[in-house]
Structures are given as C-alpha cells and as structure tokens.
Design a protein around this ligand. Structure first.
Ligand SMILES: NC(=O)c1ccc[n+]([C@@H]2O[C@H](COP(=O)([O-])OP(=O)(O)OC[C@H]3O[C@@H](n4cnc5c(N)ncnc54)[C@H](OP(=O)(O)O)[C@@H]3O)[C@@H](O)[C@H]2O)c1
Length: 256
C-alpha cells in the first residue's frame, strides 16, 4: 500500500458526499488538489477544509456535462501543478426511477449524469496522463448497481455499467502507457443527497466509511473495488442465481 502524499489529486464531484469526504481524508497527506463540482459555495467550503489540513487546493466550479468545461479543468490542473497524478471521477446521481413511470428524457438525463460526465473527463485525462512520466491513476465511482440491472434503478444501473465497460477497455489498452484505472463499486452510502429518496438501502454504510474504502482503493489500485462486503456478496450471489430466482429476490429487496 502506497500512502497518497505529495501528489496532484483531481476530484470531480467534490462538493458533498463521498467526494468531499475523500478530499478531506487525502488532504492530511500534503497533496495538491483540484476539486470541482457545480455548487460554488459547497466546493469552497471543502477547499477551505483541505487547506486547513495542510494541502494546496484549487477549487473550480464547473459542470461535468460540458465537455469544454471538463477539458478546461484538466488544463487548469496541469497549468497550476504540472501534472495530474490521481483523478477521481465521482460525479453521478441515481434517483429512484421505475421503468413504468419514466419518459425517454429521464433515461437520457440519467445516462448523461452518470456516463457523459465520465467521458468528458476521461478523454482529456488520458491525453494528459499518457505524456506524463509514470502515467497516473484514473478512478471512477461506479456502484454495485453497475453490476446488474437493479429494480427502481434501471437507468442508473445501465449508465454505470456502460462506464465500467468503457473503463475496462481503456485499462487494457493503456496499461503499456502507464495509465492505471480503478472502478469503485460502493453499495448504499448514507449521503445527504439520497437520504429520504424512498429506496430501501440494505447494509447502508456511512459516508466516512465509504470514503475510507475509496482511499484504500486509491492506494492499492485494484482494477475493481467492491464494498461493503455484505452488499458486494449479495450482488455477486444474485448474479449467479437462475434469472427467475434472482428476479424474485430483487423484487423483494426493492419492495416499498
Ligand atoms: N450514495 C450512495 O449510496 C452511492 C452508492 C454507490 C455509488 N454512488 C456514487 O457515488 C458518487 C458520489 O455520490 P454521493 O452519494 O456522494 O452523492 P453527492 O453528495 O450528490 O455527490 C455527487 C457529487 O457529484 C457532483 N456532481 C453531480 N453532477 C455534476 C455535474 N454535472 N458536474 C459536476 N459535478 C457534479 C455533485 O456536486 P454538485 O451538485 O455541486 O455539482 C457532488 O459533489 C456518485 O457517482 C454516485 O453514483 C453513491
């Protein structure tokens, strides 16, 4: 395990929840941060905490749905610090969404919020990291929901699965150029954004615990990190069951 210290760390989606907590934990390691999200005031608060913990921080409000804004954030990070050593692509959102109640625009919006936001950073980051001595790490906050089509989370599951597949391909292609990829697959995490959304959340963990899992994965750089173990085991087991049995169990788990 290599403790993350004296590195340039870019976190996309750092204004709240898992991303903000990961930033606060890594700030103790005297790193250089570029943090971004849309909400300026929340982002500035996280930046203040990072500086108070002894790390440098550039906070850049930007919408990850805008490819030019994303490329500009990567360029600003390089201009300020000379490289990006660790990038955590964490922006995303998975609201309760039943397939008999959505319209086409809802599904497209969730795809953009969980897939396009990854692509918009992935491409400029790959261009940057392939030119750096020693490459770098690109991590993505996926979800255990990205491993199978979860009821009430269909569009989100699909978008996260697409992101995982894209990153899996990039990992194979770009290993010779020193670019490493880690997909993080949390189960339910008690962040403010999802509290009260009505979804059942078996084995939910705290934001702090999720952030510790993320930091450990950033240090160890596995291709895939699944946590916490009860939810990860549940999802893995469901994937091995015959479809009618898995469907029955998933319907029970997703029932109000
Ligand atoms: N909570 C869970 O149970 C859970 C489980 C598995 C995976 N995840 C994943 O974990 C990640 C973090 O979620 P969270 O639960 O910590 O919720 P969160 O507090 O809402 O964090 C999401 C972060 O992404 C940012 N963001 C969202 N859309 C953005 C955009 N278009 N441009 C720039 N930033 C954007 C948000 O900031 P702004 O709103 O300020 O832009 C926020 O900083 C997500 O990818 C989520 O899918 C969460």
């Amino acid at each position: 395990m290599a403790r993350i210290t004296d590195r340039t760390v870019l976190i996309v989606g750092a204004s709240s929840g898992i991303g903000a907590e990961v930033a606060r934990l890594l700030a103790r390691g005297a790193n250089r941060f570029v943090i971004t999200a849309r909400r300026e005031a929340e982002l500035a608060t996280v930046a203040k905490d990072i500086r108070a913990a002894g790390s440098a921080c550039l906070d850049i409000p930007a919408d990850a749905l805008d490819p030019r804004a994303a490329a500009a954030v990567v360029a600003a990070a390089v201009e300020e610090y000379g490289s990006v050593d660790v990038a955590l692509l964490n922006a995303g959102q998975g609201p309760d969404m039943r397939m008999d109640r959505v319209d086409v625009a809802d599904v497209s919006r969730i795809m953009a919020l969980n897939y396009d936001v990854v692509v918009n950073y992935l491409v400029p980051l790959i261009h940057q990291l392939r030119g750096q001595p020693g490459g770098g790490l690109i991590a993505h906050t996926n979800s255990l929901a990205g491993l199978m089509g979860l009821p009430r989370q269909g569009p989100y599951s699909a978008a996260k699965a697409a992101a995982r597949t894209l990153i899996d391909a990039a990992r194979v292609e770009l290993e010779p150029q020193g670019i490493r990829f880690t997909s993080l697959h949390p189960g339910f995490v008690a962040t403010d954004r999802i509290s009260g959304d009505g979804l059942p959340k078996p084995f939910q963990i705290s934001t702090e615990r999720a952030a510790r899992h993320v930091v450990r994965a950033l240090e160890n750089e596995p291709a895939q990190a699944y946590f916490p173990w009860p939810t990860a085991t549940l999802v893995r087991t469901l994937r091995t069951l015959p479809t009618p049995v898995a469907s029955w169990a998933l319907r029970k788990l997703a029932a109000d």
